[in-house]
Design a protein around this ligand. Structure first.
Ligand SMILES: NC(=O)c1ccc[n+]([C@@H]2O[C@H](COP(=O)([O-])OP(=O)(O)OC[C@H]3O[C@@H](n4cnc5c(N)ncnc54)[C@H](OP(=O)(O)O)[C@@H]3O)[C@@H](O)[C@H]2O)c1
Length: 251
């Protein structure tokens, strides 16, 4: 099977990350999502197999969030005893209970991070992103979220902090204040013009499955040197292999 080699990995701080990461909305949530077709959540066996295939391909980062339904819980169960094999990125601020709401207060940020540690069965998180609403600049500038996650980083619960943003100004603000930003692929051209050095994690590079050319979607995103990894959401092993092949072609 194909696999990333050492020369393909990129940095987020000191973390060496494969150009493709595993996005896990589809592991834990199938309501109020924007994918082209309805789907069943994969079984424990299917998910375990997906993680094994991902690992064999050289993928080493899993991206999750409390807002992705049972995703954190399921990943925690499956990675039990295999924590050292994976980097874990999660988020804070969005709450999903049939509908999304947001809480960026210091008390919510702290309780949410401790809950993520428990669900994921670990005592530290490699990356935590503030899970911004459409008003990302307000979330970052006018709430206690940044101060609180920086405090948790100092306390050793988190290695790298950042935000998953919705706008160019939100992304630029996040990169100035923290270590990393997760941005939509469509924003890359503007960020590039703004001479942003990243590091960037990319979401929705395949337009949540609506893309007409999946391979080109991955290749074009990885042509930007600021991009550390493309977080691709898939529960299909064959697609995972295709996506890694496209990435190897590009890097
Ligand atoms: N922080 C945020 O606000 C935020 C928002 C959205 C997403 N994210 C993160 O970014 C990740 C990616 O976003 P996303 O899941 O919305 O969208 P995406 O990665 O652009 O697209 C995922 C969709 O594309 C399909 N797909 C993947 N590879 C394919 C291939 N080679 N051929 C055909 N179809 C393919 C998947 O279906 P199959 O399962 O059938 O492969 C899935 O339906 C998420 O999982 C999440 O971790 C974060």
């Amino acid at each position: 099977m194909i696999s990333f080699n050492d020369s393909h990995y990129r940095n987020i701080g000191d973390l060496r990350v494969a150009p493709i990461s595993l996005g896990t909305v589809k592991l834990g949530r199938n309501s109020n999502v924007k994918y082209p077709k309805p789907f069943d959540l994969p079984s424990r066996e299917q998910t375990n197999k997906l993680l094994s295939v991902a690992q064999d391909l050289g993928i080493n980062l899993i991206d999750t969030a409390p807002a992705y339904g049972s995703s954190e819980l399921r990943i925690g169960e499956l990675l039990k005893g295999r924590r050292q094999d994976w980097l874990i990125s999660t988020k804070v601020g969005e709450i999903y209970e049939g509908d999304s709401s947001y809480d960026f207060s210091a008390s919510h940020v702290t309780s949410s991070i401790h809950n993520s540690l428990e669900q994921l069965r670990t005592d530290y998180l490699d990356i935590v992103l503030i899970h911004c609403s459409d008003d990302d600049l307000n979330d970052l500038k006018k709430t206690d979220a940044i101060a609180e996650i920086l405090k948790l980083q100092t306390q050793g619960y988190i290695r790298y902090v950042g935000a998953s943003t919705k706008s160019l100004s939100g992304s630029l603000f996040a990169l100035a204040a923290m270590d990393v930003a997760m941005v939509e692929a469509d924003e890359l051209n503007e960020l590039d013009k703004a001479v942003t050095h990243g590091p960037l994690m990319i979401k929705k590079a395949l337009q949540s499955g609506h893309s007409k050319n999946f391979s080109e979607g991955i290749r074009s995103v990885l042509s930007y040197s600021q991009v550390s990894t493309v977080v691709v959401g898939t529960i299909n092993e064959k697609h995972l292999v295709e996506n890694v092949a496209s990435a190897i072609d590009a890097v």
